[in-house]
Design a protein around this ligand. Structure first.
Ligand SMILES: *Cc1c(COP(=O)(O)O)cnc(C)c1O
Length: 398
């Protein structure tokens, strides 16, 4: 097979779709007004803002009045957690989250612990990356004001029992925020049915532009603003709106909604073919995460006796783009906190590879990976002293 360029890092970011870019362009030229202005220039832009809000709302079955635009998933997570924490200080100082959250959640919680007197419980997850509802219930105290548990994990793709978590939160009168960044546009989400109170979203993970996202805030939920200033976003999030970005996010949300079933179907098939092929062709390999509760586009493997970084570099040389751990932590030598939480050893976690699939991938891409990955793993292992010991010793009980 001739050399291809195969992007399989859609969990890190996605390309902006052509239709999305085209929808955005006028808002960088003719339609440049400030949405808060009274004149025609302002009004023209205001309409676009409302339409984008409707589209994001429709994708998750929210009312458009419950969608607040932000500068991305990280801001939305920060806002949900700090906003609820600061608004409910008089009720309690306890927050429950998990050990496998994105750093936008984990570092926000750590900050609240360190500087604002909050106490945080970090729930364990099982081998597949799912929390225990029993452990959740047991960790609730009369000081608990917020539960923040991600919808789907960015590294291993595990989907949490969101509806059941929301039920527990509701029963105890505790607010529930979910980081929905990876789930959005990849599985069906109905916030009314799930009964979550807050959900963070990001545009660039669903084929929209970077630097724009939203927070779903259920009607009646009180939280402090994160960004103070003008009266934008119903006085809850100040700053002149990133109109072009928001329009792009709206278009991406529309496309995601219209194509959702097809998208899920396609990615699930490619994912399962990739998982099956990798596990069949490469010995001493494990799949991380769950088979049942898994994002359609996620694969994550550990290859024993090799190092994730060298694997990524070798894959890059044949045009395959994947990731080891998450984009935010690669570059550091610490193994992924997610792989640690599902019980892997440092050694094994270091040999991890995430290949996350998206709309532009094809069966040929998967075949290309299945042709090159086994050869690369074999070559890297051939220079690993540990592997030599194991294979020469005839010990396959690893
Ligand atoms: C990407 C990501 C974020 C951060 O979103 P940005 O828009 O990049 O700030 C937060 N949570 C999860 C699960 C993510 O995958």
């Amino acid at each position: 097979m001739e050399k291809r360029n195969v992007y399989m890092d859609y969990a890190a970011t996605t390309p902006v779709k052509r239709e999305v870019l085209e929808a955005m362009l006028p808002y960088y030229s003719d339609l440049f007004g400030n949405a808060s202005s009274i004149h025609k220039f302002g009004r023209d832009v205001k309409g676009a803002l409302d339409r984008a809000r409707d589209e994001v709302a429709k994708l998750i079955n929210a009312d458009s009045s419950e969608i607040y635009f932000t500068a991305g998933g990280s801001e939305s997570d920060n806002w949900a957690i700090k906003g609820v924490a600061f608004a409910n200080k008089d009720k309690g100082n306890h927050i429950i989250t998990t050990k496998i959250e994105h750093h936008a959640v984990l570092h926000t919680c750590e900050y609240l612990e360190k500087y604002h007197g909050f106490e945080v419980t970090y729930l364990n997850v099982d081998k597949e990356g799912r929390i225990s509802l029993e452990e959740l219930e047991n960790s609730i105290t009369d000081k608990t004001i917020l539960i923040s548990i991600m919808f789907a994990n960015n590294e291993i793709g595990t989907i949490q029992p969101i509806k059941e978590i929301a039920e527990i939160a509701k029963k105890k009168g505790i607010l529930f925020h979910t980081d929905g960044v990876q789930a959005l546009g990849n599985i069906h989400i109905d916030v009314k049915d799930l009964d979550v109170d807050l959900m963070a979203m990001s545009s660039h993970k669903i084929y929209g532009p970077k630097g724009v996202g939203a927070l779903y805030i259920k009607k009646g939920v009180k939280l402090h603003p994160l960004i103070h200033g003008g009266a934008q976003e119903k006085r809850r999030r100040a700053g002149t709106e990133n109109i072009a970005g928001i329009v792009g996010f709206g278009k991406a949300a529309e496309l995601a909604r219209v194509n959702l079933d097809e998208h899920i179907d396609k990615l699930t098939k490619l994912r399962d073919k990739l998982i099956k092929g990798v596990l069949e062709k490469i010995p001493y390999t494990r799949l991380n995460g769950s088979l049942e509760y898994r994002l359609p586009g996620n694969t994550n493997f550990c290859f024993e006796f090799i190092e994730g970084e060298s694997l990524l570099l070798s894959l890059d040389m044949v045009g395959i783009a994947g990731s080891s751990g998450s984009a935010c932590t690669s570059g550091s030598l610490d193994p992924s906190h997610v792989l640690m939480a599902i019980g892997l050893t440092h050694e094994i976690a270091h040999g991890s590879l995430r290949l996350s699939l998206g709309d532009m991938n094809t069966e040929d891409d998967v075949d290309y990976v299945l042709e090159h990955l086994p050869k690369i793993v074999e070559r890297l292992r051939s220079i690993s002293p540990l592997y030599e010991k194991v294979t020469k010793g005839g010990n396959d009980n690893v």
